[in-house]
Design a protein around this ligand. Structure first.
Ligand SMILES: CC(C)(COP(=O)(O)OP(=O)(O)OC[C@H]1O[C@@H](n2cnc3c(N)ncnc32)[C@H](O)[C@@H]1OP(=O)(O)O)[C@@H](O)C(=O)NCCC(=O)NCCS
Length: 351
């Protein structure tokens, strides 16, 4: 029997990907990869099950991931995607400023389980290389694993929102698989260079230059991220910032000032009109010096407060907490939430 040579067109037809959509561009990117450069992927059911357990993926989701696990023989189309996606992540492990590339968002129940689980198959195949990267730097195994468990968190969000197995925000998870995201207590961090594709909204070059080392395009920088979870109490935030001060000076030393930046709806000063002074969010805001300018943030607030899409009918949203009520009232009043950038200096090592 002659083997069918796959290309983006054939794969798109098999996966019912329409031309011009996000997944179509993803397949075009995969097709452009030099086939000779692609290494073999080994991922059998037993190994996959062990890794799912290590990541803390709940049983119900793990079962679906295993049931859809492709092989070259069983699911050649998905295998074609898997090999290429694994390759492009492996190429950029530990390269903070490398572009993320195009990743499809197979979230929600309009996709079948094979689509929704594809990114998890990729993650399971890449995981040992990510852990090896951390280990090569001397990063303690428990920090490396805690960082990779962000995947399970995002599987949990998909389950809560869609009641099915999948990964919320796979594009973000690519950084996790490249070993860029480090979980240190309550917060997560990543390294990047100011002016690179991971850079937040920032000072104009002239002002950045006047502020000096640490603020200029090309300077090393850190991103601070707030995964959903336990309350953002000042103590847990302080402990995490101290851990980050130690961690980055030990494993990613730089010989100049390196500020930590955060770009988030949580830094919108308008929140303080609704939340009390002593709320965790307002206390978090006070730690940062805010950079001028903003991006529109309604979609961020609707996502992070309600896990709802930007076009949601506001009248169906729950109104239990102060923030839930504020989120809706603000938009109903014709106002707009904002994403702001803030920065701070991490505590010095040993603080
Ligand atoms: C960051 C986070 C932990 C803060 O929660 P917190 O520590 O409870 O914050 P506060 O103490 O300031 O909360 C003030 C009020 O807002 C409510 N609130 C805070 N975050 C909420 C959320 N995501 N959804 C609904 N209500 C929320 C609290 O319950 C409280 O209301 P109440 O007094 O009526 O009980 C929480 O918002 C969260 O998990 N967000 C998702 C992750 C995220 O947004 N990351 C940033 C991505 S850019």
């Amino acid at each position: 029997m002659t083997e069918v040579v796959l290309d983006a067109g054939r794969v798109a037809a098999a996966l019912e990907v329409a031309e011009g959509t996000g997944p179509w561009y993803w397949l075009r990117e995969l097709e452009a990869i030099d086939t000779d450069a692609i290494g073999p992927v080994e991922l059998d059911r037993e190994t996959a099950a062990e890794r799912l357990e290590l990541l803390g993926v709940p049983e119900e989701d793990a079962a679906e991931v295993l049931a859809t696990l492709p092989s070259r023989e069983r699911a050649p189309v998905w295998w074609w995607c898997l090999e290429r996606d694994v390759h492009r992540l492996l190429c950029h492990i530990g390269e903070p400023d490398a572009p993320r590339g195009c990743w499809p968002s197979f979230e929600g129940n309009r996709y079948d389980a094979a689509h929704r689980c594809h990114f998890l198959h990729v993650a399971l195949a890449v995981m040992p290389s990510t852990l090896a990267y951390f280990s090569g730097l001397g990063v303690p195994g428990e920090i490396a694993l805690a960082s990779m468990r962000d995947l399970a968190r995002h599987v949990g969000i998909h389950r809560r929102v869609h009641h099915s197995t999948g990964v919320e925000a796979a594009w973000w998870m690519t950084l996790c698989l490249r070993g860029e995201i480090v979980d240190l207590g309550r917060l997560q961090y990543n390294r990047f260079t100011l002016g690179s594709c991971e850079s937040p909204l920032w000072y104009r070059d002239e002002e950045a230059g006047e502020r000096g080392p640490g603020f200029r395009p090309g300077d090393p920088c850190l991103g601070v991220h707030i995964p959903e979870g336990s309350p953002l109490t000042p103590d847990t935030v302080q402990a995490s910032l101290e851990m980050a001060g130690d961690f980055f000076s030990r494993f990613f030393t730089v010989d100049q000032r390196r500020v930590a930046t955060c770009m988030s709806w949580l830094l919108d000063e308008q929140l303080a009109e609704y939340l009390p002074e002593e709320s965790n969010i307002v206390a978090f805001q006070r730690r940062f010096e805010i950079v001028p300018g903003f991006y529109e943030g309604d979609d961020q607030v609707l996502n992070f407060v309600f896990r709802a899409p930007a076009d949601v009918d506001l009248s169906i949203l729950p109104q239990r907490s102060l923030l839930e009520r504020a989120a809706v009232a603000h938009i109903r009043a014709g106002r707009q939430w904002r994403m702001r950038t803030g920065w701070l200096d991490l505590p010095p090592p040993g603080a």
